[in-house]
Write a protein that binds this ligand. Structure first.
Ligand code: THU
Length: 133
């Protein structure tokens, strides 16, 4: 499924990055999450003067999808300066909803031809799960 949507995911992550609210870090991040329905849900980082309240782009994309009623996912693209990987908190939140083999496209916003492909399992091999589940 990701192959068909690869370009759309990359373009969505790059475009939505322009809406990031990042006046403190000046480090905008765009995320585009592909639902298994084929809909793409976007997120940006939303910072706060109380810095611990900042919410990353990936978690806002997940929230957008959940609000829309979609709960199964087939891919994620994130666009940020220099490329880079989702933070640990976002990896755990992604693991709540996404398959281990979720493809993740890491797009260098400075040069969008640079796309590194990885997976949730590669970034978070052993997500926390409640042991009684
Ligand atoms: N950020 C994200 O949006 N996603 C990540 O995976 C890592 C970091 C944001 C948070 C903060 O607004 C800025 O990048 C710098 O840390």
């Amino acid at each position: 499924m990701i192959t068909q949507y690869r370009d759309a995911l990359i373009e969505s992550a790059l475009a939505i990055r322009g809406r990031a609210y990042a006046p403190y870090s000046k480090f905008p991040v765009g995320a585009a999450l592909l639902g298994t329905s084929g809909t793409i849900y976007c997120g940006v980082n939303v910072e706060n003067t109380s810095s611990g309240l900042t919410v990353c782009a990936e978690r806002n994309a997940i929230a957008n999808a959940i609000i829309a009623g979609e709960r199964t996912f087939a891919g994620l693209a994130i666009a940020l300066e220099g490329g880079g990987t989702p933070c640990g908190a976002c990896r755990q939140v992604l693991a709540e909803f996404c398959p281990d083999d979720l493809p993740i496209l890491l797009v260098n916003a400075n040069d969008p031809s640079q796309v590194e492909v990885t997976s949730l399992a590669a970034l978070l091999p052993k997500p926390f799960r409640l042991s009684r589940e």
